[in-house]
Design a protein around this ligand. Structure first.
Ligand code: AMP
Ligand code: ZN
Length: 493
């Protein structure tokens, strides 16, 4: 009987889901009960990459952790609409396109494809909508027009600026007052603003830069306005969750909130829950392109299994800083192997050791159920994946101990154990598919046939042939393990 599925009927009862999930909200700096705007639905916007290059392991952190939050919300029964944008026009895009002697659009096309390749490899599910700034110029212009009409932005020689002095709430997300923020602000050459803190909603055309027609002359959007315009297009003016790295809190998210709320001017908040992940550090410094201390996700995947990268990110609480070290990644890879071994041991034992037994299946169900509750509690406690991963290992220990202590086990044990692992894997994505699932049937059958031939060769003491088969399979990344019940195989990570 599929145990976890059985619990879900009660655990995901209507009242339960609203009562249990708490998220740390950067707007209030408190952990708060999560109450969606619309019952059973979550409107979720996450700031996506600027597509001028491959993304690095630091950027991968928000992509992975918020993908897992989205999966958890869905698992809890919410219908989630998850939007993550591509920033495909800004100074960095223009500069890089010039360097490469290609257009900004060609650069974006290339790195959106590369983003998707790496994100897919990392098991990050595609968003429901992945809007691009340059495909939303009319929406962006409309948002700016509304902000101007409401008296919170002004036109200055073809640029449009947000008028900070007209917006008393400015600084309420980053919790800084205007005076302190003013002290850190400066006017860049060529900017024509009233106040150093005012920021550009629209930038007048410069020679050699892409531009679009607008009521203020030809130009291009500023960075922050795209997220305001696209989030309201796909999710409405008031959304549940908005996420990104902690560096986006100021100025990007502060500005987004000011713009969106100034455009609607109805006193309603743009976002109910602001979530920010902590930095991924390398040698105690933020991994970043500008510091040059980065490793691209592409290079990391070549060096370490993608599942290990996910495991590494989820082993820490999303708000804590984490240090990226080779040892950390190796430990994560060892953790993934332990999880995968449990799954393949289960599969193998299910084929060879199902049968009558004195195993106490009811006690096992109770223990699994207890761990499942702990897992839920961890995930509902500000989405504590670090604690949840610990519980997953408790589940693995429980399964391993049962396998070790009993020669035969009932079918129900195998079904419940596999269901438990699969359910946790659907949420965390750190175990990965079985060999049998990831290979086509022909390949599996071929491997099984070679293993049988090797068994025969060993019986006939033809060790040259049996070693040859082992080596051939090893070269294909297939590892054999001989056990009293027969030969098991698995794919190397
Ligand atoms: P960008 O493409 O620079 O806008 O960054 C994409 C996402 O990565 C944003 O949510 C950033 O806040 C986040 N980010 C950038 N560097 C790091 C880092 N070292 N650790 C964690 N998140 C980061
Ligand atoms: Zn954004």
């Amino acid at each position: 009987m599929p145990v976890l599925v059985q619990y879900s009927a009660t655990r995901f009862g209507k009242d339960m889901k609203i009562l249990t999930l708490a998220l740390y909200n950067d707007l209030t700096r408190k952990k708060e009960k999560f109450i969606p705007i619309e019952e059973g639905k979550v409107r979720f916007y996450s700031c996506g990459p600027t597509v001028y290059d491959y993304f690095h392991v630091g950027n991968a952190r928000p992509f992975i952790v918020f993908d897992v939050l989205r999966r958890w919300l869905e698992h809890e029964g919410y219908k989630v609409t998850f939007v993550q944008n591509f920033t495909d026009i800004d100074d960095k895009m223009i500069h890089r396109a010039h360097q490469e002697h290609i257009t900004v659009a060609e650069l974006a096309e290339k790195f959106i494809a590369e983003y998707n390749k790496d994100a897919d490899a990392l098991g990050i599910r595609r968003p429901d909508v992945s809007p691009r700034a340059t495909e939303h110029i009319p929406e962006i212009i409309n948002t700016i027009e509304r902000i101007i009409a409401n008296g919170h932005a002004y036109v200055s020689e073809g640029d449009v600026y947000f008028d900070i002095q007209s917006w008393p709430k400015y600084g309420s997300l980053c919790k800084q007052n205007l005076e302190d923020l003013e002290a850190g602000a400066r006017v860049e050459p060529g900017e024509k603003k009233k106040d150093p803190l005012d920021f550009a909603l629209w930038k007048a055309e410069k020679p050699g830069e892409p531009s679009w027609e607008s009521p203020w002359g030809k130009g291009r959007p500023g960075w922050h306005i795209e997220c305001s315009a696209m989030s309201s297009k796909y999710l409405g003016d008031n959304i549940d969750i908005h996420s990104g790295g902690v560096d986006l809190m100021f100025p990007h998210h502060e500005n987004e909130a000011a713009q969106s709320e100034a455009a609607t001017n109805n006193g309603k908040p743009f976002v109910n829950y602001w979530l920010h992940n902590g930095f991924l550090l390398i040698d105690s410094e933020k991994m970043s392109k500008s510091l040059g201390n980065f490793l691209t996700a592409r290079a990391a995947i070549e060096k370490y299994p993608p599942l290990a990268l996910r495991f590494f990110m989820l082993s820490a609480h999303y708000r804590s800083p984490i240090n990226f070290t080779p040892e950390g990644l190796e430990q994560a890879a060892a953790g993934v192997s332990r999880l995968r071994n449990c799954k393949s041991d289960l599969d193998f034992a299910a084929k060879t050791r199902t049968g009558d037994s004195d195993f106490d299946i009811n006690k096992f169900h109770d223990e699994l159920k207890e761990l499942d509750k702990k897992f839920s509690d961890a995930m509902n406690d500000d989405f504590n994946t670090a604690a949840a991963m610990g519980i997953l290992f408790d589940v693995v220990s429980l399964i391993n101990t049962s396998l070790k202590n009993h020669d035969k086990l009932p079918e129900e044990f195998f079904t419940a154990s596999k269901n438990a692992l699969n359910t946790y894997d659907e949420i965390l994505g750190v175990i990965g598919p079985d060999e049998a699932e990831c290979e086509n049937d022909n390949e599996s059958a071929e491997i099984e046939a070679l293993i049988q031939e090797r068994t025969q060769a060993r019986k006939a003491k033809n060790f040259a042939r049996s070693d040859e088969i082992r080596d051939t399979l090893k070269a294909r990344g297939i590892i054999l393990e001989d056990t009293p019940q027969g030969t098991k195989w698995k794919k190397e990570l």
